[in-house]
Design a protein around this ligand. Structure first.
Ligand code: ARG
Length: 225
């Protein structure tokens, strides 16, 4: 390996799993959301073209480690295990895992979930938390499918990230998010270890977008969709 990355060809290759609104989702075949907007600004300011590839969430970090991709921008929670594999940008979101239940469910808090059928997105921090601290969950390829299973009565609750939970529930009047979150987390962009130049550039762009209010503006735009 020459240490070269896709960025050297005038491109930055970003991988993501695009069923995670407002961070990434498909609309008329384009991948939209907060992560593509941040990365488009990163690419623009580096004079490069942004190329986005959609894949399963449990592959995005591996794609960066192997050098197939330059960055994974996918609502990725920073964890100690992941830090061993990739470098993380400065955080750009305060996030949380929340519990979704059918309205009227007897599940009212984290104390009620043991022994119930818990749906999660495979490989996500909700999966990791439930597996470690509660029991084996039912794993779905993505969060939208976990919520669909909940709506169909196939699981009793879903544990998933708060902002996507709010988005999914826009189409599900019969479901609700419990007020008390299960975890508190931060999202950051994953970059191959040793790619310091890209890491510093991404950090600068995020810091500038935070300082100028641009990031907040983007978040507000998607929250209203
Ligand atoms: N924040 C969670 C994690 O890092 C879930 C992220 C899922 N992202 C996605 N684009 N599907 O594990």
């Amino acid at each position: 390996c020459s240490g070269a990355s896709a960025a050297d060809n005038g491109r930055i290759l970003m991988v993501t799993e695009a069923t995670f609104p407002p961070y990434e989702f498909r609309e008329e075949n384009a991948i939209m959301g907060i992560d593509p907007e941040i990365m488009r600004e990163v690419a623009r300011r580096a004079g490069k073209e942004l190329v986005i590839e959609d894949m399963s969430f449990d592959s995005v970090i591996t794609a960066v480690v192997s050098g197939k991709a330059d960055v994974a921008a996918s609502g990725i929670t920073v964890t100690p295990e992941r830090r061993k594999q990739v470098d993380f940008s400065i955080p750009y979101v305060e996030a949380a895992q929340v519990i979704i239940v059918p309205k009227g469910s007897s599940i009212r808090s984290r104390d009620d979930i043991r022994g119930r059928k818990i749906g999660v997105q495979h490989g996500a921090t909700g999966d990791i938390y439930v597996t470690r601290n509660i029991q084996q969950p039912e794993r779905f390829p993505n969060g939208a499918l976990a919520v669909a299973a909940l709506a169909a009565g196939k699981v009793d609750l879903v544990v998933i990230d708060r902002d996507p939970a709010r988005m999914y529930l826009a189409n599900h009047d019969e479901l609700e998010i419990l007020p008390e979150p299960l975890t508190s987390e931060t999202y950051a962009i994953a970059i191959r270890k040793g790619n310091t130049e890209l890491l510093q550039h991404v950090n600068k762009v995020i810091a500038d977008m935070q300082a100028s209010g641009k990031l907040e503006e983007i978040r507000t735009k998607y929250a209203a969709m």
